[in-house]
Write a protein that binds this ligand. Structure first.
Ligand code: NDP
Length: 273
C-alpha cells in the first residue's frame, strides 16, 4: 500500500519539501505522496488528530510548531530532546516518534566538503531556534570554541549556557562587537533571518581569506549579500539550500530506511527557486 507524508506549518504554501520528497519517490519508483498542510498556530492538536485519522506515515514540522510539537510525541529521539524541538515525525499505528534532522542537515555539507570542525573557532550570528541545532552540531563535532553574536544579548547568553552544558567552549557578544574581528574565526555562520529580504550582511568580512568557511543558512534568496561578500574574499562558501537538502535527506532515510537519492533531491530543490 502507498505511503503518505506531509509538511505542517504556517505559512506553508512556499515550502520546497513537497518538491524534494516527490522527486525522491519518482527517482526510486516509490508509491508515496507528500503534501503541504497548513496548520495555523493554536490548532496543532486538531491538526495532528486529522493526520492520524488519514493514517499519515510521517511528517515534517516547520514554523511555528517545532517546539510545541514536542508535547504531542509519544517517543522522542535523542536528537530531539537535545535540541528541544522537532522537525521530523514517524507515525507507527498512532504512536508518534519525533526526531530533529536540522543538526545533521547543517553538518552534512561541511562534512561533504571535508572541512575539519575540530579545532575550529566558530562565529555564529543568531540565537534563535536554528542556532540551537547548530550549536549542538558544533558540540558534537568538537569545535574548539564558539562565539555567539546576537542582537538580543540575553538570547545569546542562554545559548552560551546550553553550549557549555554540552561541553562546547562558548561566549557571547553583540552584533556591534563583532566589528572587524571576522578574520579571527575559521568558520562563520549566519543563522539570523537577515538576508531573507535581501538585507545587507550584518557584519563586515574584511580580513577573511580562502581558508575561511562562510555558511549562510538563509536559503531564499540563494545568493545572499553575506555570501556574495564571502565570495569576493574567495572564502569557502556553503549555501542555505545545502542545509535544507541535508535535513530532508536525513528525514527521508528515517522514514524509508534506505539511502536517499541525493542528486534527484538536489535537482528538484534547485529547480524550485
Ligand atoms: P528565529 O526567529 O528563531 O531566530 C531569528 C534570529 O534572527 C534571531 O537570532 C534574531 O535576533 C535574528 N534577527 C531577526 N531580525 C534581526 C534583525 N533585524 N537584526 C539582527 N538580528 C535579527 O528563526 P530560526 O532560527 O528558526 O531561523 C533563522 C533563519 O534561518 C530563517 O531565515 C530561516 O529561514 C533559516 N533557516 C534555514 C534552514 C535551512 O535548512 N537552511 C533551517 C532553519 C531555519 P533576536 O534574538 O535579537 O530577535
Amino acid at each position: 500500500m502507498g505511503k503518505t507524508f506531509a509538511v505542517i506549518g504556517d505559512p506553508i504554501n512556499h515550502s520546497l519539501s513537497p518538491n524534494i520528497h516527490s522527486a525522491a519517490f519518482r527517482e526510486l519508483n516509490l508509491d508515496c505522496s507528500y503534501i503541504a498542510y497548513r496548520i495555523p498556530k493554536g490548532e496543532l492538536e486538531e491538526g495532528i488528530e486529522s493526520l492520524k485519522k488519514i493514517k499519515i506515515d510521517g511528517f515534517n514540522v516547520t514554523i511555528p510548531h517545532k517546539i510545541e510539537m514536542m508535547k504531542y510525541l509519544d517517543k522522542i529521539d535523542e536528537s530531539c530532546s537535545l535540541i528541544g524541538a522537532v522537525n521530523t515525525v514517524v507515525n507507527n499505528d498512532g504512536i508518534l516518534k519525533g526526531y530533529n534532522t536540522d543538526m545533521e542537515g547543517f553538518l552534512e555539507p561541511i562534512k561533504k566538503k571535508k572541512i575539519n570542525i575540530a579545532n575550529s573557532n566558530v562565529l555564529l550570528l543568531g540565537a534563535g531556534g536554528a542556532a540551537r541545532a547548530i550549536v549542538a552540531g558544533f558540540a558534537k563535532e568538537k569545535a574548539k570554541s564558539i562565539t555567539i553574536a546576537n542582537r538580543t544579548i540575553e538570547k545569546a547568553n542562554d545559548l552560551v549556557e546550553f553550549a557549555q552544558k554540552i561541553s562546547l567552549n562558548a561566549n557571547s557578544i553583540t552584533i556591534e562587537q563583532v566589528k572587524d574581528t571576522a578574520k579571527n574565526y575559521n568558520i562563520i555562520v549566519n543563522a539570523t533571518s537577515i538576508g531573507l529580504q535581501n538585507e545587507s550582511s550584518l557584519i563586515s568580512l574584511d580580513g577573511i581569506n580562502d581558508k575561511t568557511v562562510v555558511y549562510d543558512i538563509v536559503y531564499m534568496p540563494l545568493n545572499t549579500d553575506f555570501l556574495k561578500k564571502a565570495k569576493e574574499k574567495n572564502a569557502i562558501v556553503i549555501f542555505g539550500y545545502e542545509m535544507l537538502l541535508g535535513q530532508a535527506i536525513r528525514a527521508f532515510e528515517i522514514w524509508h530506511s534506505m539511502e536517499a537519492p541525493y542528486n534527484a533531491m538536489k535537482k528538484a530543490l534547485l529547480g524550485g527557486f
